[in-house]
Design a protein around this ligand. Structure first.
Ligand code: FES
Length: 82
């Protein structure tokens, strides 16, 4: 029961990625979904990475993961459509 509530907590609470600007993983996911596909675009949109810089690597990795998933999802959709 405790494990289940922890898992639910992980998926229901946003995680702060950039503490300097209070940017969460959900904001980054939404920005990627809105068409911001690289670090510079996310940086301009949300300010992540423009303070101390401590979040830059993680933010870039998260964007890479999200855009790869988007590409994979599109590839899957295209293969189903063919
Ligand atoms: S934690 Fe993101 S710029 Fe400092």
């Amino acid at each position: 029961m405790i494990l289940q509530s922890r898992i639910i907590s992980i998926y229901t609470h946003p995680m702060y990625v950039c503490m300097c600007h209070g940017v969460t993983d959900r904001q980054i996911k939404q920005a990627v979904a809105d068409g911001h596909r690289d670090f510079l675009s996310i940086q301009a949109e949300l300010g992540a990475g423009t303070g101390c810089g401590g979040c830059r690597d993680f933010t870039a990795d998260l964007i890479d993961d999200l855009t790869q998933k988007s590409l994979s999802a599109r590839a899957g959709e295209l293969s189903h459509a063919a």
